[in-house]
Design a protein around this ligand. Structure first.
Ligand SMILES: [Zn+2]
Length: 394
């Protein structure tokens, strides 16, 4: 696709939409909720088109303001999002209950050469009619949202690879390049998971964000980032935190492979009961390269620190952060569990077991039933077999 041609087409659309906004408001006057919603939607549509066209004048024309806070937020969003090159942007305005004229505005954007449109910016704005025009009259955005999502990056660069799109700030280029180099790992993950390359969703590029700090990662993802975390997956996107450079240098492709497993496994075992042991176990099994020594020791001593059934019942795998020995054991136990089922019954049974356990009620009986139903043996037989398998792992 010729990028300049696409931009030219969008600019034309911007002008058409601006005309719609002006005509709509001038004929409407002080409208009710539905009329205001219509005008807000039209204004945001024009503003979104202006972002794609890289046309700042069209953006400010689409979103006229009154008052300092309104002018500031409209400018901040434009400056923040204009740093990227967009193929498509759209916005949704959701009315805030009990506050006529107030909307939660979410912009969703598709970067050039990417193929998904994640949430890129969120703000809360008051709209009102002034001089016959709809204007942004106040900024009600919460503090946390001011630098959230794509506004978390101040000097963004985007690296595009066949399977990955890596977003980060300019000063993160060394780690971004290291992560982008792991692009080929995608095929390996897909092969390991035995997913057909033409399955829906597998063809799309995975977005990876490289953040300079945990604070920036929190802002970019608006998710909990543990103090020990170096990377995490959320909604099919991966957030990498540039801490422990030596660790990243050595394990970048392993970490990417682990997180990509989460992306491709999707709702793996995501039933009534979240089974972190299996979710992480699958990622550990695909990632490979783990030293199972600590788990062999745990099993040899009677599996008392984290009994396998308790691990499956517990749901999450983190106790007091990654430094907690039980957390480390949970990753290894999950890995050994998935590898054992995979080796003896096949990958399909891994998925079936995860679905059955997560559909249950996280009780010992529920786990015993899931084992019998999907693997055809009792929990006692299974546990004995698993312990024997752990002793063979290196
Ligand atoms: Zn994981």
């Amino acid at each position: 696709m010729d990028w300049r041609c696409a931009k030219g087409a969008c600019r034309l659309r911007t002008l058409v939409l601006m005309a719609v906004v002006v005509l709509g408001v001038s004929s409407g006057g002080c409208g009710d909720g539905a009329r205001r919603q219509h005008a807000v939607d039209a204004a945001l549509k024009a503003a979104s088109a202006a972002l794609v066209a890289g046309d700042a004048a069209a953006w400010y024309f689409a979103l006229p303001t009154e008052g300092a806070s309104a002018a500031l937020v409209v400018r901040q969003v434009n400056v923040g999002l204009a740093r990227y090159t967009w193929t498509r942007v759209h916005a949704k305005a959701v009315p805030v209950d009990g506050k006529p004229g107030r909307y939660t505005v979410r912009f969703y954007g598709q970067l050039a050469h990417a193929d998904t449109s994640p949430l890129v910016c969120e703000c809360v704005l008051d709209f009102g009619w002034r001089d016959g025009r709809l204007k942004v009259v106040a900024d009600r955005t919460d503090q946390w949202a001011r630098d959230a999502y794509y506004l978390a990056f101040t000097d963004p660069v985007v690296l595009v690879r066949p399977h990955l799109v890596v977003v980060g700030d300019d000063w993160q280029r060394p780690l971004m390049a290291r992560i982008a180099a792991a692009d080929g790992q995608v095929r390996r993950v897909i092969r390991r998971l035995q997913l057909a390359p033409d399955s829906p969703g597998l063809g799309r590029k995975t977005l990876i964000y490289v953040c300079a700090s945990r604070l920036q990662a929190f802002e970019a993802s608006h998710a909990f980032i543990d103090k020990h975390m170096v990377a995490g997956e959320r909604d099919g996107q991966i957030f990498a935190v540039d801490v422990w450079p030596a660790y990243w240098k050595r394990y970048a492709s392993d970490i990417v492979r682990h997180e990509l497993t989460h992306v491709y496994a999707g709702k793996f075992g995501d039933g009534k009961h979240y089974v972190g042991l299996l979710v992480e176990g699958l990622a550990v099994a695909v990632e490979g390269g783990y030293d199972f020594g600590p788990l062999r020791t745990e099993v040899a001593r009677g599996n008392r620190i984290l009994p396998l059934k308790k691990g499956l019942m517990h749901g999450r795998v983190w106790w007091d952060g990654l430094s907690d020995h039980r957390t480390y054991l949970a990753y290894l136990e999950g890995g050994a569990l998935v590898k054992y089922i995979w080796k003896r019954w096949g990958l399909k049974s891994v998925w079936a077991f995860a679905a059955a356990v997560s559909a249950g009620d996280a009780t010992p009986v529920g786990i015993e039933r899931a084992t019998g139903r999907t693997l055809g043996i009792t929990w006692g037989q299974f546990y004995k077999g698993w312990k024997g398998y752990v002793r063979t792992l290196r």
